[in-house]
Design a protein. Sequence first.
Length: 157
Amino acid sequence: MNNIRLIRNPFAAFIALVFSVATPASLLANDLSDVEFLNSKPASKRLPFSEIVRVDNTLYLSGKIGIDPKTGKLAEGGFEAEAKQTLDNIKTTLNKHGFDMHHVVKCLVMLTDIDYFPAFNKVYTQYFTPPYPARSAFAVKALALNSLVEVECIAAI
């Protein structure tokens, strides 16, 4: 009888029980056998993240900004030019790995000024057609390299 302890905090016991039942062993073991990191060169050598991570039939694209690949600088010409280059970069990344914009099912749009929202919609509809991917958009304080827009996507293959 001396080896039996009474649980004094029923909430803690409940949390421990739920965690032990609801957490598959594969998650605890960090099983990445169904994960593929897709990178093209030279981008993969100079950036500390993957361009695309494939998990089963889902692609997770890192956020893209409007860097012109010819100059290595943000596209010139204002917000619409930068938004167009951003979506061109997404399209190019998908194409390099054998996919296209029709695979995109969700976009996350970050704008440095929410007033850019109508202009972004104008550009966006040049790259996507109905039925459009699901999308979220919000304003942020700042983006890498002082970009005005960044877009992150999820695609189904």
